[in-house]
Design a protein around this ligand. Structure first.
Ligand code: ZN
Length: 164
């Protein structure tokens, strides 16, 4: 992430709808924790104002290393719309996407990604890798981070603290 991006006031770049969708993603993160004891990350995919996919981490439950919240939301949307391309969709996720999810979003032609907390371990929107924001891709994604970041980070911190 370059200095220009960091300098932008995160709140100013988000709408009320963005906030509502991120709140829904946070609820899904809580669901992952409460219903399946999974790492609390949630994702909501929105196309033309409609929610077309919901996802939460299900790696343990599904015995699937690819079952991140974002992948689950992309799969749900692809199935619902009978289309592997989700052009112009916005993906809301409580944690900065990893490289796997970033590439899946690029393959799906997602138009915009809004994430909550930055991930200093695997974040691919600039924290560790630049996969999502690389100018080498043919398809560019608008990326905004930091929406409800504290809530998202607190969920994760409490989860890992409780497991220790
Ligand atoms: Zn991921």
């Amino acid at each position: 992430m370059n200095e220009d991006v960091i300098a932008v006031d995160p709140i100013a770049a988000f709408s009320v709808d963005d906030m509502l969708h991120m709140r829904r993603a946070l609820q899904l993160a809580e669901h992952a924790r409460d219903a399946e004891n999974e790492v609390p990350v949630g994702a909501v995919l929105v196309l033309d104002g409609d929610i077309v996919g919901l996802g939460w981490n299900r790696n343990i439950t599904l015995h699937d290393p690819t079952a991140h919240a974002e992948i689950q939301a992309l799969r749900a949307a692809g199935e619902k719309l009978a289309n592997h391309r989700l052009s112009g969709a916005t993906l809301y996720v409580t944690l900065e996407p990893c490289s796997m999810c970033a590439m899946a979003m690029i393959h799906a032609r997602v138009g915009r990604v809004v994430y909550g907390a930055a991930d200093p371990k695997t974040g691919a929107a600039g924290s560790v890798f630049d996969t999502l924001v690389s100018e080498k891709h043919n398809h560019r994604v608008d990326v905004g981070g930091g929406l409800l970041a504290e809530e998202s980070a607190t969920l994760l911190r409490q989860f890992f603290r409780a497991r220790r």
